[in-house]
Design a protein around this ligand. Structure first.
Ligand code: ATP
Ligand code: MG
Ligand code: MG
Length: 289
């Protein structure tokens, strides 16, 4: 099924800029191939630290806070600027997409949520338990955890958020793309069967994995809701960057994460590297021997 994304906005007619996730109003065009993302302190702190970390080549360059029309923004590189009619994919990394503190907060003053119950049955009428059905409501933590099991987040440690192909078709309907074969099919469509592009992506992901394993920043942060942005075009260029650090939070020293150990509440593991291992494995099996 192909959906036309509402988030294709023209950046001053320079080129059509594409946003695959988030609120449409959060981004503005900047000058010199840069863009403005609505300010978030957490993200600002991360981007700043990343500028001096071994992950620097894998994140957009960051240029500080700027004001525009009474709002604050983080100014960063537009990763699409060097591409011509790029194909773009946003993969949200990790085995959960909420912070531990969000779960704790959701548990305070537990309330049965009818709205979440309705959303649940709209997706899967069989999902609620007997009890939930009787009460026509679910608790928020239960809803949050259930939602992760719909996509490949819980089973593969990443999920596709959106894909825009060079031909203009845009699909952001991957919420139920869960199984390895479904993911593979989506990736195959994304690269249009081009094995050279696949190879470049695989190389870049392997380099990124090494950089992550070396990174001081990565070791000392819980990285949740962050994405890998894949970009390629007809010239044969293909690159991947880490984006979206709105939910990437520092741990208290001396705590560190390996990002592969399964999450149990309290250990703060996010499954980021486990997801990247799976993604690399999938790309590898898509390439002919
Ligand atoms: P959410 O938290 O819902 O994922 P968000 O508001 O935090 O959304 P991002 O995820 O950072 O926003 O970005 C949304 C989309 O905007 C990405 O999927 C990508 O298409 C585009 N985008 C973000 N940052 C950049 C960048 N530096 N260069 C090019 N495109 C970008
Ligand atoms: Mg995002
Ligand atoms: Mg975000």
């Amino acid at each position: 099924m192909v959906h036309w994304s509402p988030f294709v906005v023209s950046f001053k007619k320079r080129y059509p800029w594409v946003q695959l996730a988030g609120h449409a109003g959060n981004f503005q065009a900047g000058e010199y191939g840069r863009l403005l993302k609505r300010y978030c302190e957490c993200e600002q702190q991360c981007l700043q630290k990343l500028m001096t970390d071994s992950l620097r080549p894998y994140v957009p360059g960051y240029y500080g806070i700027v004001q525009k029309d009474d709002h604050d923004y983080n100014l960063m590189d537009d990763l699409l600027a060097d591409f011509d009619s790029p194909s773009i994919m946003d993969c949200k990394m990790g085995s959960r997409t909420y912070l531990e503190e969000e779960l704790t907060k959701a548990r305070e003053r537990p309330r049965l949520r009818k709205d979440m119950y309705d959303k649940m049955i709209a997706v899967d009428p069989g999902a609620p338990t007997e009890e939930e059905r009787a009460k026509q409501g679910v608790l928020k933590p239960r809803y949050m955890q259930w939602r992760e099991t719909l996509s490949s987040t819980a089973t593969l440690g990443f999920r596709i958020e959106g894909i825009k192909r060079a031909d203009g078709t845009c699909n952001t309907n991957f919420k139920k793309t869960k199984h390895r074969e479904q993911v593979m099919q989506a990736l195959e469509d994304f690269v249009d069967g081009n094995t050279q592009i696949l190879k470049l992506y695989l190389q870049r992901l392997e380099e990124l994995r090494s950089a992550l394993e070396q990174s001081q920043f990565f070791r000392t942060h819980e990285v949740v809701g962050s994405s890998l942005l894949f970009v390629h075009d007809a010239s044969g260029k293909a690159k991947v960057w880490m984006i979206d650090f709105g939910k990437t939070v520092p741990l208290q020293t001396p705590q560190t994460l390996d990002h592969r150990t399964p999450w149990v509440e309290g250990n703060r593991e996010d499954g980021y590297l486990w997801g990247l291992d799976n993604l690399i494995d999938i790309f590898s099996t898509m390439l002919p021997e």
